[in-house]
Design a protein around this ligand. Structure first.
Ligand SMILES: [Zn+2]
Length: 99
């Protein structure tokens, strides 16, 4: 065994979006590019960005409602309410069910 082999330590898989290291089970791989993985949080973020883009391209009453919900989310986040001890936990739980 060479010195390089002795010092080699495999690194944990990293998210290609945020750069964080995760267990393989906590990453989502792209279909035709399995070397690319994103963590579940970033996958959720990308899903929201995709829905936002769809709403921009196809304006409808439901899209306007979702734009309003997103605006309210950004307003709450800009004030840091999502980090408050009790209220923040409730807001984050509600946010999981919003578009
Ligand atoms: Zn990530």
């Amino acid at each position: 065994m060479t010195a390089a082999e002795e010092t080699f330590q495999p690194t944990a898989p990293a998210c290609w979006c945020c750069g964080g290291e995760f267990d393989e089970r906590d990453l989502v791989r792209l279909g035709t590019h399995p070397e690319v993985g994103v963590c579940l949080g970033c996958a959720r973020y990308l899903q929201r960005r995709a829905a936002e883009r769809e709403d921009e391209l196809r304006i409808s009453p439901a899209a306007r409602l979702r734009v309003g919900v997103r605006g309210a989310r950004e307003w709450v986040i800009s004030r840091g309410w999502h980090r408050l001890p009790v209220v923040g936990t409730v807001l984050q739980r509600i946010d999981r069910h919003l578009p």
